[in-house]
Design a protein around this ligand. Structure first.
Ligand code: MG
Length: 329
């Protein structure tokens, strides 16, 4: 097995969440030669703000022949990609297009009238990052609910139970009825999450690692956010089966290669698990300045369509990148 990497920079056009601003983000594409002429590509995009090891740390671990969960997942995806490429197939040969939520990482960037445009282009669900200015956010959320969107609100674990309770109490019935779920309302805790769940449906994402599975009488959340970029997908779906959770597959606000990988997983899981799978959240490349990769993803409103090429696509672009082989120590 030969692993090469190609560094890239993503330049956010808006603030991405309550934990991070608009600083450029670094990641690497991976190219894995599995032997027998099988080559696959994937993305490695750490979020140290959310607890991941930094890119440098991960690459140096890889050189030492060690893996993080993130690296493991990147290799898993490079393997899936290699399989498809060797069979001359694209992820869309196996799955049908899926509707994505519209991600609003900073509502202040949404201009007047833009919600109507989003609606007209076919989106039915907004995912809104909250926790920076709840008063202003509540106003925006009410406006969005009034336009008949379903809402997913993501606190990224930044709130507290008190803030959350006050926030939910401040919402009127219409708004509450439009909330599909609230993600990571505050740092995970069995009891206070169980209380939060009495108020609204709760989804767990970056608080996942704090859960001691098997410890609770009744599970204190309803939805598991499945991020193939950093989570063993089979394990995640086993948990969903066991605890009767619904699941949303999302990208990792990463490179278009990572986005199409997440979409490929979402399409596969939709086929296998049907209604358990909620609409995915893989449409995230607009958070960054458009590059050649992003521009290669055809989009029809909420749908990401087939990218030309085999595997996750991008064949010509991937070949043109500068690749550096990782010398294993
Ligand atoms: Mg989240």
């Amino acid at each position: 097995m030969k692993i090469s990497y190609s560094p890239y920079t993503l330049k956010p056009v808006v603030s991405l969440n309550a934990n991070s601003g608009v600083e450029p983000r670094q990641g690497v594409l991976l190219k894995v030669d599995w032997g027998d002429g099988k080559i696959g590509y994937s993305d490695l995009h750490p979020w140290p703000e959310l607890g991941d090891k930094t890119l440098d740390e991960q690459l140096s671990l890889l050189r030492d022949g060690k893996v993080t969960t993130q690296i493991e997942q990147s290799l898993w995806m490079a393997n899936r990609d290699a399989d498809l490429r060797s069979q001359n197939k694209n992820i869309f040969d196996h799955g049908t297009k899926l509707k994505n939520n519209f991600l609003i990482s900073d509502f202040r960037a949404i201009k007047l009238g833009q919600l109507d445009e989003i609606k007209q282009s076919g989106f039915t669900c907004l995912k809104i990052k909250v926790g920076r200015d709840l008063e202003a956010e509540t106003e925006f959320i009410s406006r969005a609910a009034g336009k008949d969107f379903m809402l997913r609100l993501d606190f990224n674990g930044t709130g507290t139970w008190q803030i959350f309770e006050r926030f939910i109490a401040s919402l009127d019935k219409l708004v509450l009825s439009r909330i599909e779920y609230v993600e990571d309302p505050f740092p995970y805790d069995d009891n206070s999450w169980a209380d939060a769940r009495k108020l609204v449906k709760i989804a767990i994402d970056n608080q996942f690692s704090r859960v001691r599975w098997g410890n609770f009488k009744r599970i204190p959340f309803d939805v598991l956010i499945v991020k193939p970029a950093k989570m063993d997908v089979d394990y995640a779906m086993q948990l969903c089966d066991k605890y009767m959770l619904q699941a949303t597959v999302t990208s990792y606000m990463d490179h278009p290669v990572g986005i199409m990988h997440a979409l490929g997983v979402a399409m596969e899981l939709k086929k296998a698990h049907g209604k358990r799978m909620l609409d995915p959240g893989c449409l995230t490349h607009h958070l960054y300045q458009m590059d050649m990769f992003g521009a290669s993803i055809p989009q029809q409103g909420p749908y990401l369509m087939r990218v030309e090429g085999t595997g996750v696509g991008f064949n010509g672009l991937l070949e043109k990148q500068a690749w550096y082989q990782i010398k294993l120590h």
